[in-house]
Design a protein around this ligand. Structure first.
Ligand SMILES: Cc1cc2nc3c(=O)[nH]c(=O)nc-3n(C[C@H](O)[C@H](O)[C@H](O)COP(=O)(O)O)c2cc1C
Length: 225
Protein backbone atom coordinates (compact mmCIF):
# COMPACT_ATOMS: atom_id res chain seq x y z
CA UNK A 1 0.00 0.00 0.00
CA UNK A 2 1.17 3.53 -0.75
CA UNK A 3 2.48 5.73 2.03
CA UNK A 4 0.89 9.17 2.30
CA UNK A 5 4.06 10.67 0.82
CA UNK A 6 3.89 8.25 -2.11
CA UNK A 7 0.23 9.05 -2.66
CA UNK A 8 1.00 12.78 -2.63
CA UNK A 9 4.03 12.53 -4.89
CA UNK A 10 2.39 10.18 -7.39
CA UNK A 11 -0.65 12.44 -7.76
CA UNK A 12 -0.92 15.05 -10.44
CA UNK A 13 -3.90 16.40 -12.33
CA UNK A 14 -4.72 14.08 -15.24
CA UNK A 15 -6.58 15.47 -18.24
CA UNK A 16 -7.14 12.38 -20.45
CA UNK A 17 -8.85 9.18 -19.29
CA UNK A 18 -9.57 5.71 -20.63
CA UNK A 19 -13.23 4.79 -21.22
CA UNK A 20 -13.04 2.42 -18.26
CA UNK A 21 -15.62 2.74 -15.48
CA UNK A 22 -14.66 3.16 -11.83
CA UNK A 23 -16.41 0.28 -10.02
CA UNK A 24 -19.15 1.40 -7.63
CA UNK A 25 -17.59 -0.42 -4.64
CA UNK A 26 -14.32 1.47 -5.14
CA UNK A 27 -16.20 4.78 -5.33
CA UNK A 28 -17.95 3.87 -2.09
CA UNK A 29 -14.67 2.95 -0.36
CA UNK A 30 -13.08 6.23 -1.41
CA UNK A 31 -16.06 8.35 -0.38
CA UNK A 32 -16.51 6.50 2.94
CA UNK A 33 -12.86 7.04 3.86
CA UNK A 34 -12.94 10.67 2.66
CA UNK A 35 -15.90 11.23 4.99
CA UNK A 36 -13.35 10.85 7.83
CA UNK A 37 -11.91 14.23 6.79
CA UNK A 38 -12.08 16.54 9.82
CA UNK A 39 -14.36 19.56 9.68
CA UNK A 40 -15.07 22.43 12.05
CA UNK A 41 -17.59 21.34 14.72
CA UNK A 42 -17.77 18.05 12.76
CA UNK A 43 -20.17 19.82 10.37
CA UNK A 44 -19.22 17.52 7.47
CA UNK A 45 -20.48 20.23 5.14
CA UNK A 46 -19.85 18.34 1.89
CA UNK A 47 -22.84 17.00 -0.07
CA UNK A 48 -21.55 14.83 -2.89
CA UNK A 49 -23.18 13.64 -6.08
CA UNK A 50 -21.12 10.78 -7.54
CA UNK A 51 -22.20 10.58 -11.17
CA UNK A 52 -21.23 7.81 -13.57
CA UNK A 53 -24.33 7.95 -15.77
CA UNK A 54 -23.06 9.01 -19.20
CA UNK A 55 -26.30 10.69 -20.27
CA UNK A 56 -26.29 12.83 -17.12
CA UNK A 57 -22.63 13.83 -17.52
CA UNK A 58 -23.22 14.66 -21.20
CA UNK A 59 -26.26 16.75 -20.26
CA UNK A 60 -24.41 18.74 -17.58
CA UNK A 61 -21.27 19.26 -19.67
CA UNK A 62 -23.31 20.07 -22.77
CA UNK A 63 -25.29 22.73 -20.92
CA UNK A 64 -22.07 24.42 -19.77
CA UNK A 65 -20.49 24.35 -23.23
CA UNK A 66 -23.71 25.72 -24.75
CA UNK A 67 -23.73 28.58 -22.22
CA UNK A 68 -20.08 29.32 -22.96
CA UNK A 69 -20.82 29.38 -26.69
CA UNK A 70 -23.60 31.89 -25.97
CA UNK A 71 -21.12 34.15 -24.21
CA UNK A 72 -21.87 33.30 -20.58
CA UNK A 73 -18.65 33.90 -18.63
CA UNK A 74 -19.82 32.40 -15.37
CA UNK A 75 -22.96 31.41 -13.48
CA UNK A 76 -21.66 30.63 -10.04
CA UNK A 77 -22.35 30.42 -6.33
CA UNK A 78 -18.81 31.24 -5.22
CA UNK A 79 -15.90 33.05 -6.85
CA UNK A 80 -12.93 30.67 -6.83
CA UNK A 81 -10.07 32.55 -8.49
CA UNK A 82 -8.89 36.00 -7.35
CA UNK A 83 -10.72 38.89 -8.95
CA UNK A 84 -7.44 40.81 -9.09
CA UNK A 85 -4.43 38.61 -9.71
CA UNK A 86 -1.27 39.78 -7.93
CA UNK A 87 2.25 38.41 -7.81
CA UNK A 88 3.70 35.96 -7.04
CA UNK A 89 0.45 34.08 -7.79
CA UNK A 90 -0.14 35.70 -11.16
CA UNK A 91 3.34 34.70 -12.30
CA UNK A 92 2.88 31.14 -11.02
CA UNK A 93 -0.39 30.87 -12.93
CA UNK A 94 1.25 32.07 -16.14
CA UNK A 95 4.24 29.72 -15.73
CA UNK A 96 1.91 26.76 -15.09
CA UNK A 97 -0.39 27.57 -18.00
CA UNK A 98 2.37 28.28 -20.49
CA UNK A 99 4.17 25.06 -19.49
CA UNK A 100 1.07 23.05 -20.37
CA UNK A 101 0.54 24.83 -23.70
CA UNK A 102 4.22 24.44 -24.58
CA UNK A 103 4.06 20.69 -23.88
CA UNK A 104 0.95 20.45 -26.08
CA UNK A 105 2.57 22.65 -28.75
CA UNK A 106 -0.22 25.19 -28.54
CA UNK A 107 0.68 28.81 -29.21
CA UNK A 108 -0.24 31.01 -26.23
CA UNK A 109 -2.01 33.31 -28.68
CA UNK A 110 -4.05 30.46 -30.18
CA UNK A 111 -7.19 31.34 -28.22
CA UNK A 112 -9.42 28.93 -30.17
CA UNK A 113 -7.34 25.84 -29.30
CA UNK A 114 -6.92 26.99 -25.72
CA UNK A 115 -10.67 27.41 -25.40
CA UNK A 116 -11.24 23.89 -26.77
CA UNK A 117 -8.73 22.56 -24.23
CA UNK A 118 -10.65 24.34 -21.45
CA UNK A 119 -13.92 22.90 -22.71
CA UNK A 120 -12.40 19.43 -22.21
CA UNK A 121 -13.15 20.07 -18.54
CA UNK A 122 -16.83 19.80 -19.42
CA UNK A 123 -16.25 16.67 -21.47
CA UNK A 124 -14.80 15.39 -18.21
CA UNK A 125 -11.51 14.63 -20.00
CA UNK A 126 -13.10 11.38 -21.19
CA UNK A 127 -13.55 10.07 -17.61
CA UNK A 128 -16.60 8.00 -16.70
CA UNK A 129 -17.16 9.36 -13.19
CA UNK A 130 -17.29 12.85 -11.70
CA UNK A 131 -17.82 13.75 -8.04
CA UNK A 132 -19.73 17.03 -7.70
CA UNK A 133 -19.36 18.57 -4.25
CA UNK A 134 -22.05 20.90 -2.95
CA UNK A 135 -22.75 22.50 0.39
CA UNK A 136 -25.79 24.06 1.99
CA UNK A 137 -26.13 27.70 0.95
CA UNK A 138 -26.63 28.62 4.61
CA UNK A 139 -23.03 27.50 5.28
CA UNK A 140 -21.61 30.10 2.90
CA UNK A 141 -23.95 32.93 3.84
CA UNK A 142 -21.47 35.32 5.44
CA UNK A 143 -18.90 32.65 6.30
CA UNK A 144 -16.06 31.00 4.42
CA UNK A 145 -14.73 28.50 6.99
CA UNK A 146 -16.47 25.47 5.59
CA UNK A 147 -14.64 25.97 2.32
CA UNK A 148 -11.51 24.89 4.22
CA UNK A 149 -13.28 21.68 5.26
CA UNK A 150 -14.47 20.96 1.73
CA UNK A 151 -10.97 21.62 0.39
CA UNK A 152 -9.56 19.06 2.82
CA UNK A 153 -12.26 16.63 1.67
CA UNK A 154 -11.14 17.22 -1.92
CA UNK A 155 -7.56 16.32 -1.01
CA UNK A 156 -8.71 13.20 0.84
CA UNK A 157 -10.51 11.98 -2.28
CA UNK A 158 -7.51 12.70 -4.50
CA UNK A 159 -5.10 10.83 -2.20
CA UNK A 160 -7.45 7.89 -1.65
CA UNK A 161 -7.84 7.56 -5.42
CA UNK A 162 -4.14 6.74 -5.64
CA UNK A 163 -4.64 3.72 -3.39
CA UNK A 164 -6.86 2.22 -6.11
CA UNK A 165 -4.56 3.17 -9.01
CA UNK A 166 -6.98 5.91 -9.95
CA UNK A 167 -6.16 9.48 -10.86
CA UNK A 168 -8.11 12.70 -10.57
CA UNK A 169 -8.45 16.23 -11.77
CA UNK A 170 -9.88 18.79 -9.36
CA UNK A 171 -12.14 21.26 -11.16
CA UNK A 172 -12.66 24.90 -10.32
CA UNK A 173 -13.87 25.32 -13.89
CA UNK A 174 -17.16 23.79 -12.78
CA UNK A 175 -17.29 26.15 -9.79
CA UNK A 176 -17.69 28.92 -12.38
CA UNK A 177 -20.81 27.25 -13.76
CA UNK A 178 -22.15 25.90 -10.46
CA UNK A 179 -25.66 27.24 -10.97
CA UNK A 180 -25.96 25.52 -14.34
CA UNK A 181 -24.80 22.25 -12.78
CA UNK A 182 -27.24 22.58 -9.87
CA UNK A 183 -30.03 23.22 -12.35
CA UNK A 184 -29.13 20.35 -14.70
CA UNK A 185 -28.79 17.90 -11.79
CA UNK A 186 -32.00 19.17 -10.29
CA UNK A 187 -30.48 19.25 -6.80
CA UNK A 188 -32.46 20.67 -3.87
CA UNK A 189 -32.64 24.47 -3.81
CA UNK A 190 -30.57 24.78 -0.66
CA UNK A 191 -27.43 23.39 -2.32
CA UNK A 192 -24.59 25.38 -3.89
CA UNK A 193 -21.91 23.72 -6.00
CA UNK A 194 -18.35 24.24 -4.76
CA UNK A 195 -16.27 22.13 -7.19
CA UNK A 196 -16.03 18.79 -8.91
CA UNK A 197 -13.41 16.08 -9.17
CA UNK A 198 -12.98 13.96 -12.28
CA UNK A 199 -11.84 10.46 -11.29
CA UNK A 200 -10.77 7.55 -13.45
CA UNK A 201 -8.06 5.51 -15.10
CA UNK A 202 -5.77 7.88 -16.98
CA UNK A 203 -4.57 7.32 -20.51
CA UNK A 204 -0.87 6.83 -19.80
CA UNK A 205 -0.04 7.43 -23.47
CA UNK A 206 -1.65 10.87 -23.55
CA UNK A 207 1.05 13.53 -23.65
CA UNK A 208 -1.03 15.92 -21.56
CA UNK A 209 -0.90 13.50 -18.63
CA UNK A 210 2.88 13.81 -18.39
CA UNK A 211 2.57 17.42 -17.25
CA UNK A 212 3.72 17.92 -13.67
CA UNK A 213 4.15 21.58 -12.80
CA UNK A 214 6.85 22.25 -10.22
CA UNK A 215 6.34 23.81 -6.80
CA UNK A 216 8.23 26.78 -5.37
CA UNK A 217 11.04 26.08 -2.88
CA UNK A 218 10.10 25.60 0.76
CA UNK A 219 11.67 28.92 1.77
CA UNK A 220 9.19 30.72 -0.49
CA UNK A 221 6.17 29.25 1.27
CA UNK A 222 7.26 28.40 4.82
CA UNK A 223 8.73 30.48 7.65
CA UNK A 224 10.41 28.53 10.43
CA UNK A 225 10.90 30.51 13.64
C1 LIG B 1 -9.42 23.73 -6.40
C2 LIG B 1 -8.73 23.40 -7.70
C3 LIG B 1 -9.36 23.67 -8.88
C4 LIG B 1 -8.77 23.31 -10.11
N1 LIG B 1 -9.47 23.49 -11.27
C5 LIG B 1 -8.98 22.95 -12.42
C6 LIG B 1 -9.79 22.92 -13.59
O1 LIG B 1 -10.93 23.36 -13.61
N2 LIG B 1 -9.27 22.36 -14.70
C7 LIG B 1 -8.00 21.82 -14.73
O2 LIG B 1 -7.60 21.31 -15.78
N3 LIG B 1 -7.21 21.83 -13.63
C8 LIG B 1 -7.69 22.36 -12.47
N4 LIG B 1 -6.94 22.31 -11.32
C9 LIG B 1 -5.63 21.67 -11.36
C10 LIG B 1 -4.50 22.66 -11.13
O3 LIG B 1 -4.23 23.36 -12.30
C11 LIG B 1 -3.29 21.85 -10.66
O4 LIG B 1 -3.59 21.26 -9.41
C12 LIG B 1 -2.02 22.66 -10.50
O5 LIG B 1 -1.60 23.22 -11.71
C13 LIG B 1 -0.91 21.78 -9.95
O6 LIG B 1 -0.71 20.69 -10.81
P1 LIG B 1 -0.89 19.18 -10.34
O7 LIG B 1 -2.28 19.04 -9.77
O8 LIG B 1 -0.75 18.38 -11.59
O9 LIG B 1 0.14 18.89 -9.31
C14 LIG B 1 -7.48 22.71 -10.10
C15 LIG B 1 -6.85 22.49 -8.89
C16 LIG B 1 -7.46 22.80 -7.71
C17 LIG B 1 -6.77 22.46 -6.41
Amino acid sequence: MLTVTQALKSRSSKRAYLPKPVPRDIQEKILAAAAMTPSGANMQPWVTYAISDKATLDKVGGAIIKAMDEGVINDQFIQYYPVNWTNPYKKRRIVTGSGLYKLMEVDRKDDATRLEMWKDNFRWFGAQTVFFVFTDKANIDGAEGLLLDCGAYMQSIMLLAREYDLHTCPQGSTTEFGKIIARELNVPDNLALLYSIVIGYPDEDAKINSYQPKRVNLDESVTFI
